[in-house]
Ligand binder design. Structure first.
Ligand code: PLP
Length: 364
């Protein structure tokens, strides 16, 4: 077996222990004599696992019973329209904080349903190199919610403070940094994340929504049944067949997180990983250039450039020969990107930094 150092942006690395346990349980899950994929979603075994995953999610996030944990399909991209479809009815407005491509996509969908105030850090050339400063936006108290993206996966920037929204509910796309660090759940009303970056496999999107916010949602009868949050909240995400296997791997990943010290422990590890790679960039005398402003740098997706596209291609090729894969930047931005989610341990990141140094010595 030859496991690579996997810096894929998503789907992304999954903890080895999780994969091994899934392998062990593949033919006979939980004494059922079947794989988890073959079990009815109405069975007591399945439901116990489903509920346990929700409870563990609440525990890790520091969320009380007032939070509903939903397991939905359609990716984080479906949340871009489900949120405004459910909450921007009756002439309401929302505020969007746009700090990258995904938040821009979320705003585009919201505009189909209602009025939006938008604040952006987009540069004239279409790139994003920082998050917003508190002085650069103001929240209209008449907004039904504020939408933000905590980590900008493509451009490699991350919010390192939480915006003050007064009494306006805060909605956050945490797809690429959820559970990489603690966060004050009280500050939020709805959090969502496609699982395939930091929580497990693709196929399930976790939506955590506070009961008080859910009450502002459009009446179920006015929406397609499957697109109403109320449907899924009222039926414990079992209105129709949920993505059982993805939820199972998610549940194993949450257990792994819990066993390894939860979000505080992840934060320490992720800070250490970030320190290692950003020092390699900063100490390279401009051989590697990180475009993101220092106080907006992401600990999850580290983005940098070399001086020519040819050299970047060579970097990708030589990294692969060293067993380091997934380092090519997003197709729209180019450059190099290391996605260092929780499953990538300090060891792997240190090896990647060593490769960066060797490559620099060889080609500078
Ligand atoms: C990957 C990503 C998405 C899109 O997720 P899908 O599950 O592919 O729809 C949305 N937001 C952020 C921040 C992401 O990183």
């Amino acid at each position: 077996m030859n496991r690579v150092i996997n810096f894929n942006a998503g789907p992304a690395a999954i903890p080895l222990d999780v994969l091994k346990q899934a392998q062990e349980e593949m033919l006979d899950w939980n004494g059922t004599g079947m794989s988890v994929m073959e079990v009815s979603h109405r069975s007591k075994e399945y439901e116990a696992m489903h509920n346990e995953a929700q409870d563990l999610f609440r525990k890790l996030a520091g969320m009380g019973p007032e939070w509903k944990i939903l397991f939905l399909t359609g990716g984080a991209s479906t949340q871009f329209f489900m949120i405004p479809m459910n909450f921007l009815h009756s002439g309401r407005k929302a505020t969007y904080l746009v700090t990258g491509n995904w938040s821009k996509g979320a705003l585009k969908e919201a505009k189909r349903f209602g009025t939006c105030d938008a604040y952006t850090t987009e540069n004239p050339d279409g790139t994003f190199t920082r998050i917003l400063k508190p002085s650069e936006f103001s929240i209209d108290p008449n907004s039904t919610y504020v939408h933000m993206t905590s980590n900008n996966t493509l451009f490699g920037s991350q919010w390192h403070y939480w915006p003050e929204t007064g009494s306006v509910p805060l909605v956050c796309d945490m797809s690429s940094d959820i559970f990489s660090r603690p966060f004050p759940a009280d500050k939020f009303s709805l959090i969502y994340a496609g699982a395939q970056k930091n929580l497990g496999p693709s196929g399930v999107t976790v939506v955590a929504v506070k009961d008080s916010f859910l009450q502002l949602a459009e009446e179920q009868a006015k929406l397609p049944t499957m697109l109403s949050y109320r449907t899924h909240a009222d039926n414990n995400s079992l209105y129709n067949t949920p993505p059982c296997f993805s939820i199972y791997i998610l549940s194993l990943t949450l257990k792994w997180l819990d066993k390894n010290g939860g979000l505080e422990a992840m934060q320490k590890i992720n800070e250490e990983k970030g320190r290692i790679i950003y020092s390699a960039i900063d100490a390279s005398n401009g051989f590697y250039r990180g475009p993101v402003e220092k106080d907006s740098r992401s600990l999850m997706n580290v983005v940098f450039r070399l001086d020519t596209v040819e050299k970047e291609e060579l970097f990708v090729k030589e990294a692969k020969a060293r067993g380091i894969v997934g380092v090519k930047g997003h197709r729209s931005t180019g450059g190099i990107r290391f996605s260092m989610y929780n499953a990538n341990l300090v060891d792997n990141v240190a090896k990647a930094a060593q490769f960066m140094e060797d490559f620099r010595k060889k080609y500078s």
